[in-house]
Design a protein around this ligand. Structure first.
Ligand code: AGP
Length: 604
C-alpha cells in the first residue's frame, strides 16, 4: 500500500524516480509525485492518477536535481486528488516528505500544529510530518536530529523519506511498513520493495523497525531513534532484473501465470527425497518439528486459500490444523500452547493483518513460522523461523504463481510434520513424486486455449459461482476471488455440498457454475452439478482426463492431466486463473491494477 522511492546520486534523479515509481505501481496507483532537491531548490510535482499522468505533467519542464523522493499512493486518508498526492511539504516549502502507512495520532498533531500557526493543504495524515520537521528545524535542531525528534512524536505505522532544502541527503525511517536501502556504484536508493530498483542494484540493506537512515550519494549511515549507530550487513538479492519485467506479455499477471512451471521447480528443487528423508528443508533438519502437536495458519486473501489447502493436507496426515483469517485472529486469537506451530502464510511478508496475527501470539509459548516469498520481509524477520516459497518476484496485484508455490511448500511442510511426528513413518513417495510431476502437467495446461474459449463463451452472465470439495474447495474460493478481483463481476466460491443450504437460491440460467473435480469424491460433486443444472445454469467442469463421468454430465469440460488427487487442485487453479484473466481481458479491465486494490496491504 503506497510505494516510496528515493534516489541519491550525481545524475538528475527525475528519470530514476519515474522508473522506480512505475516499478512500484503495484503498491498503489491513485496518485504519484516526486520532490527533487538541487542545493537550495526544492521542486515538488504531483498528480492524481497513475505514474503516466505524472510523466506527462513533468515532460515539458522536468524538475532537476541529483537527490529526490517519490511516491505512488493507495488512498487511506482523503480521496485521490492532486492535493492529497505525496510528497507533502511544510508551510515554507523547505521540507518534503513521502509516507506509507497510517499515522494514528495525526488529528491531535494537526490540531496542535494548526494552533501554532501551521496551514494544511491536504486531507492526509501524512502532511503533519513535514510540519513537525520544519518546527524542529526552526527550534534549532540540526536536520538529522529534527527528523528523529519529529518521528518520535508519531504513533502508528510508517515508512517515511524526507528531503530538506540545502541538505545533500535523504532522511528515512520505518516502523511497521517496509523500507529497503539499495547500494549502487554511483548512487544509493531507497524503496518500499526491492523490485523498484532491481535494475540498478541487487545489494540491499533491509531496515528494521526503529532504524533511521541518512542516505547520501557515497554513504549510508544508520542509527536508532537516539542517534546511536546501528550496523546492518548488506544482502545480495537473488532475484534478477528480468524477473521483474513483463518479458513480452501484455500483463504481469499473464506472465506470472506462465511462470508457474519454473516457479514450482524452484520451490521444490532439492526439497524432496522420496526414498530417504522424505522432505529436505535446508533450514529444518529431520526432527525439527517433532514437538508440534497442531498447526494454526494465519493468512489473508489468496494466501488464506493456500492455508486452507495446507490445512487439508495436514489433516489428511493426522496433524490437527486450522486455517484462520489473520484479521480475525489478530483480535480473537485461538488458544495456543508450546505444541502449537503458528504458520503465517504471506507472499509479501508485509501484510499488516498477518503481522498483527503473528504479534497476537508473540508472548505465548507457541512457535511461529513465516511461509513467505520475500527474504528480509517483516514476517520473515519477526517469526521464530522462516520458510521461503522461492517463487521469484510477483508484481501483478492478483496473486498467481505464489499461490502454487505456497501450496507446494505447505505440502512439503505437511509431509515433514507427519514424518517428524511418527518415527516409524516412511515418506509418501506417491505424493512427493506427484509434486515433482506438477510443473510438466502445468506446461500442457498453459499450452491449451480451452479456458480462453470458455471465458469468451460465458462472457455475459450475471453471476459466476465456483464449487469444489476437499482440496477443490479452497481452489473454488480462490477461483472466485481471482474472478471478482480482475473482472469486477459478481463471483462466489462455495463448498460443493453447501450450495443446497442457501446459495442455490442465487443460481439461475443467467449464472454459470464452475465445478472443480479432483478425482476424489467426484460422484458427490456430480450430484451438486445436477442440482445446479436443474435450475437452468450451465456447468463448466474442470476435471482430470480420466473422469469420463464428469465429461458426460457437464455442459463444458476443461480437462487437466491426471495427477495425485491431493495436487490436482494446483492444476485446476491454473485453469481458473486463465479463465479469470481472459474474462477480464474481454471486458477491457486494467488487469495488473484492479480498482481499489494494491499488492501489499500494509494497513489493518
Ligand atoms: C490476491 O490476488 C490478492 N492480491 C490478496 O488477496 C493477497 O493474497 C492478500 O492481500 C495477502 O497478501 P500476502 O500474501 O502478501 O500476505
Amino acid at each position: 500500500m503506497c510505494g516510496i522511492t528515493a534516489y541519491v546520486g550525481s545524475d538528475d534523479a527525475v528519470d530514476n524516480l519515474l522508473t522506480t515509481l512505475t516499478n512500484l505501481e503495484y503498491r498503489g496507483y491513485d496518485s504519484a509525485g516526486v520532490a527533487l532537491l538541487d542545493g537550495s531548490d526544492l521542486d515538488v510535482r504531483k498528480r492524481e492518477g497513475e505514474t503516466d499522468r505524472l510523466k506527462e505533467a513533468v515532460s515539458e519542464h522536468p524538475p532537476s536535481g541529483p537527490i529526490g523522493i517519490g511516491h505512488t499512493r493507495w488512498s487511506t486518508h482523503g480521496p485521490p486528488s492532486d492535493a492529497n498526492a505525496h510528497p507533502h511539504t511544510d508551510c515554507h516549502g523547505r521540507v518534503a516528505v513521502v509516507h506509507n502507512g497510517i499515522i494514528e495520532n495525526y488529528e491531535t498533531l494537526r490540531d496542535d500544529l494548526r494552533a501554532r500557526g501551521h496551514e494544511f493543504t491536504s486531507d492526509t495524515d501524512s502532511e503533519v510530518v513535514p510540519h513537525l520537521i520544519s518546527e524542529r528545524l526552526a527550534a534549532g535542531s540540526d536536520p538529522e536530529t529534527a527528523f528523529r525528534e519529529s518521528i518520535a512524536q508519531l504513533e502508528g505505522s510508517y515508512a517515511i523519506a524526507a528531503v530538506i532544502r540545502g541538505e545533500d541527503a535523504v532522511f528515512a525511517t520505518r516502523s511497521g511498513s517496509p523500507l529497503v536501502v539499495g547500494l549502487g556504484e554511483t548512487a544509493n536508493y531507497l524503496a518500499s520493495d526491492v523490485p523498484a530498483f532491481l535494475e540498478f542494484t541487487d545489494r540491499v540493506i533491509h531496515l528494521d523497525d526503529g532504524d533511521f537512515a541518512v542516505v547520501r550519494p557515497d554513504d549510508v549511515r544508520l542509527t536508532d531513534v537516539d542517534g546511536h549507530a546501528v550496523h546492518r550487513a548488506p544482502d545480495t538479492v537473488e532475484w534478477t532484473d528480468g524477473d521483474a519485467d513483463k518479458s513480452g506479455y501484455n500483463h504481469y499477471m499473464h506472465k506470472e501465470i506462465h511462470e508457474q512451471p519454473v516457479a514450482l521447480r524452484q520451490t521444490v528443487r532439492g526439497r524432496t527425497d522420496p526414498t530417504g528423508d522424505g522432505v529436505v528443508f535446508e533450514e529444518f533438519p529431520p526432527g525439527s518439528f517433532d514437538d508440534v502437536r497442531e498447526v494454526v495458519f494465519v493468512a489473508c486473501g489468496t494466501s488464506y486459500h493456500a492455508a486452507l489447502y495446507g490445512q487439508a493436507m495436514l489433516r489428511r496426515r493426522g496433524v490437527p490444523a486450522t486455517a484462520a483469517l489473520a484479521s480475525e485472529f489478530a483480535t480473537e486469537p485461538h488458544p495456543v500452547d508450546e505444541g502449537t506451530l503458528v504458520v503465517a502464510v504471506t507472499q509479501s511478508g508485509e501484510t499488516a493483518d498477518t503481522l498483527a496475527a503473528m504479534r497476537a501470539v508473540a508472548d505465548t509459548p507457541a512457535r511461529t513460522l513465516a511461509v513467505t516469498n520475500v527474504v528480509g520481509s517483516t514476517a520473515a524477520r519477526e517469526a521464530d523461523d522462516a520458510l521461503f516459497i522461492r517463487a521469484g518476484p510477483e508484481i501483478g496485484v492478483a496473486a498467481t504463481k505464489t499461490f502454487s508455490s505456497q501450496v507446494a511448500t505447505l505440502g512439503l511442510l505437511a509431509e515433514r510434520l507427519r514424518l517428524d511426528n511418527d518415527p516409524d513413518a516412511t515418506p509418501d513417495e506417491a505424493f512427493l513424486d506427484g509434486l515433482q510431476a506438477i510443473p510438466e502437467a502445468l506446461e500442457s495446461i498453459l499450452g491449451d486455449h480451452h479456458a480462453e474459449r470458455v471465458a469468451n463463451a460465458y462472457g455475459a452472465k450475471e453471476s459466476y459461482f465456483f464449487i469444489g470439495r476437499g482440496v477443490g474447495f479452497p481452489v473454488s474460493l480462490e477461483g472466485a476471488l481471482k474472478f471478482k478481483e480482475i473482472t469486477y463481476e459478481h463471483a462466489e466460491g462455495f463448498a460443493a455440498g453447501e450450495l443446497k443450504h442457501g446459495p442455490l437460491a442465487l443460481v439461475t440460467d443467467n449464472s454459470v457454475v464452475t465445478a472443480v473435480f479432483t478425482g476424489q469424491n467426484d460422484e458427490k460433486t456430480l450430484h451438486n452439478v445436477r442440482e445446479v443444472q436443474s435450475r437452468g445454469a450451465p456447468v463448466v467442469a474442470i476435471a482430470p482426463e480420466s473422469a469420463t463421468e464428469v465429461r458426460r454430465a457437464a455442459d463444458e469440460t476443461i480437462e487437466i492431466p491426471d495427477a495425485h488427487p491431493e495436487l490436482s487442485g494446483l492444476l485446476s487453479n491454473v485453469v481458473l486463473q486463465l479463465f479469470s484473466y481472459h474474462a477480464a481481458e474481454l471486458r477491457g479491465r486494467p488487469i495488473d491494477k484492479p480498482r481499489n486494490l494494491a499488492k501489499s496491504v500494509t494497513v489493518e
